[in-house]
Design a protein around this ligand. Structure first.
Ligand code: IMP
Ligand code: MG
Length: 187
């Protein structure tokens, strides 16, 4: 696959966050290996049970697309759009932009998130999904920043655990930008 790298765009002045240049933090190869490994684990755990993936937009769209292709169990996907961040800081208030599909009741729901940071978003979403009385709820996240946790959440599948850094790329953004970078960058 031909992908855009930071190198390709290095002359461009928009590759900075709050005046600091971006530097590469995690290679796409490692991301891909982690996705495949989670996919194998999920497939083993669910077997032939049908999984209802709930992808948290916008950040998790890329991870969910790759993860879904590495799962061999039957699965369907729906989307929920949540928003809590402004710039590099969480506002602490989670807003649900669309409703969770009712069709998740009585299903094995797998919430797919890009990153669990303070845990506020995931805690909120798990409680909302529980109201629909699914058969089970599990959580998969590509990245985990445990040192930032304010709210305890149980995460079943973690791609990569990272330090307390603000990251962009592979679906994660800063004010809407940088989601298209296949590798992960930090400032
Ligand atoms: P939490 O509620 O603090 O756990 O934040 C979760 C959401 O904040 C994630 O779904 C991301 O959309 C966003 N977020 C948290 N950390 C980062 C980051 O380092 N880069 C980009 N977005 C982030
Ligand atoms: Mg997100």
């Amino acid at each position: 696959m031909i992908s855009v790298t930071l190198q390709d765009m290095k002359e461009m002045s928009f590759l900075s966050i709050e005046g600091k240049n971006l530097c590469k933090y995690i290679d796409s190869k490692l991301i891909n290996e982690s996705v495949q490994s989670i996919g194998r684990k999920i497939s083993q755990d669910y077997g032939e049970e049908q999984i209802s993936i709930l992808c948290v937009l916008n950040g998790a769209f890329m991870f969910a697309a790759d993860l879904m292709r590495s799962i061999t169990s039957p699965c369907e996907i729906s989307f929920i759009r949540l928003s809590s961040y402004e710039g590099t800081e969480t506002t602490g208030k989670v807003r649900m932009v669309n409703d969770i599909p009712d069709s998740l009741s009585n299903r094995h729901v797998l919430i797919v998130e890009d990153i669990v940071d303070t845990g506020i978003t995931m805690n909120f979403l798990i409680n909302e999904v529980k109201k629909l009385q699914p058969k089970s709820i599990k959580v998969a996240t590509m990245f985990d920043k445990p040192s930032r946790r304010k709210c305890h959440v149980h995460v079943d599948y973690i791609g990569l655990t990272i330090e307390d850094k603000f990251i962009v790329g592979y679906g994660l953004d800063y004010n809407g930008l940088f989601r298209n970078l296949p590798d992960i960058y930090t400032k």
